[in-house]
Ligand binder design. Structure first.
Ligand SMILES: Cc1cc2nc3c(=O)[nH]c(=O)nc-3n(C[C@H](O)[C@H](O)[C@H](O)COP(=O)(O)O)c2cc1C
Length: 170
């Protein structure tokens, strides 16, 4: 049984690739089980104490379509006692006023339902104007920008997973 459930949604594939890279950095399927939110059921979350939520931002600060469709189901999940990390894809140049908003929207809901947020990430080396993913000076999770900083993606994932291994207590 995997110890981490990674639930992702994607429109053009980037977040799936990021999810697979995160899974690889944790050493594979024995540790991280991937779930496409388009096919997920609320009961799928029950199996895990550690969760990673992967959601890109679309349409000026909105959730990716499958996450948008699942959003109301979050009210049927008890996140009490679960550690939850967030990773999102976004475009800090094209959408500088809404950079990575989606993970901020999901974190607000899931922490209201009892989830304990881990995996905060520094804003160093990003340039944007506004983001709902901000919590104080930090992002609520890992933001990946394939449009403008794809050269940093692998290194960011490795660093974040190293951090998460400690925060998940693995
Ligand atoms: C029409 C459109 C709207 C977008 N809106 C946003 C946005 O509001 N904020 C943001 O950070 N990125 C935005 N993006 C960038 C996507 O989040 C980015 O391309 C991401 O890598 C897509 O991930 P996916 O392939 O997993 O769907 C938008 C892209 C498009 C084409």
């Amino acid at each position: 049984m995997a110890t981490i459930g990674l639930f992702y949604g994607t429109q053009t594939g980037n977040t799936k690739i990021i999810a697979e890279k995160i899974q690889g950095a944790f050493a594979g399927t024995a540790v991280v089980q991937l779930h496409d939110i388009a096919a997920a059921d609320p009961t799928d979350f029950e199996a895990y104490d550690n969760l990673i939520i992967g959601c890109p931002t679309w349409n000026l600060g909105e959730l990716q379509a499958d996450w948008d469709g699942f959003y109301d189901e979050l009210d049927n999940i008890d996140f009490g006692g679960k550690r939850v990390a967030y990773s999102g894809a976004g475009d800090q140049v094209g959408y500088a006023d809404n950079f990575g908003d989606a993970i901020g929207i999901l974190e607000a809901k899931i922490s209201e339902r009892g989830g304990v947020t881990v995996g905060y990430w520094p804003t160093t080396n990003y340039e944007f104007r506004e983001s709902q993913a901000l919590r104080g000076e930090q992002f609520v999770g890992l933001l990946i920008d394939e449009e403008n900083q794809s050269d940093l993606t692998d290194q960011r994932i490795q660093q974040w997973v190293t951090q998460l291994k400690k925060e998940f207590g693995l």
